[in-house]
Design a protein around this ligand. Structure first.
Ligand SMILES: C[S@@+](CC[C@H](N)C(=O)[O-])C[C@H]1O[C@@H](n2cnc3c(N)ncnc32)[C@H](O)[C@@H]1O
Length: 206
């Protein structure tokens, strides 16, 4: 495979390094960091095959694993892979980015080779490498089992300063280019109405 371009997350380096510490502190204080995962859990039958794509420090994948799903996480940042493995030793993490994933990679990592749900939340898409958004979405779609879906969420305003701004119109163009369609859009993981602050999307293959 040709070398992949660096993600915005990797290029931002120091500006993104507070994420892991912040979530460790929130969890230590007993704060609720499971909103994304509760919605994901409601979307699938018990024992579902799930990929946490861009899993960061592992909070979403770990929640879903604890509910009995078959979960694989994929995360390219080595510092976050290490934090995830320390914090959630039972969560399998493939140290790779989305464009490097295929059925064989998932199988080799001990995961399911097709998926009922891909979770790609917490501003992963605004941090992928410049110009790869549609390719990333297409790759996630290719990993779905028949009837499988993708849960995406990112800030429209007020997100991390180091992330790109990603408008709904740009996102929808990338979704269509990736051969996907939108089943639902919400303003948050609590299914609040659509707003201009945050977008939660449920995608499926067109
Ligand atoms: C703000 S963090 C969110 C992590 C996690 N999803 C969460 O909600 O806690 C954004 C993550 O996107 C990941 N990321 C960026 N581009 C990626 C790509 N192409 N493939 C996989 N992960 C990627 C980064 O490495 C980083 O862990």
């Amino acid at each position: 495979m040709p070398e992949l371009p660096p993600t915005r997350w990797a290029l931002e380096g120091a500006r993104t390094s507070g994420y892991g510490t912040r979530f460790a502190e929130l969890i230590e204080r007993g704060e609720d960091v499971d909103g994304e995962a509760r919605l994901a859990d409601a979307m699938v039958p018990r024992g579902a095959r799930i990929l946490d794509a861009g899993s960061g420090m592992g909070r979403v994948g770990a929640y879903l694993l604890a509910r009995g799903h078959r979960v694989l996480a994929a995360e390219p940042d080595p510092v976050l892979v290490a934090q995830s493995r320390r914090t959630y030793p039972d969560l399998r993490v493939v140290p790779a980015e989305i464009l490097a994933l295929d059925a064989a990679t998932l199988r080799a990592a001990g995961g399911p080779d097709e998926l009922d749900l891909v979770v790609c939340v917490g501003n992963v898409l605004p941090f992928v490498a410049e110009g790869t958004e549609a390719d990333v979405l297409r790759r996630l779609g290719e990993l779905l089992a028949p009837g499988g879906r993708i849960l995406v969420g990112f800030h429209l305003t007020g997100g991390p300063a180091s992330a790109r701004s990603y408008s709904p119109a740009e996102f929808l163009a990338d979704v269509a280019a990736a051969g996907l369609l939108v089943q639902h859009r919400f303003g948050g993981y609590d299914l609040r109405p659509v707003d201009d602050q945050y977008a939660v999307w449920v995608l499926a293959r067109a």
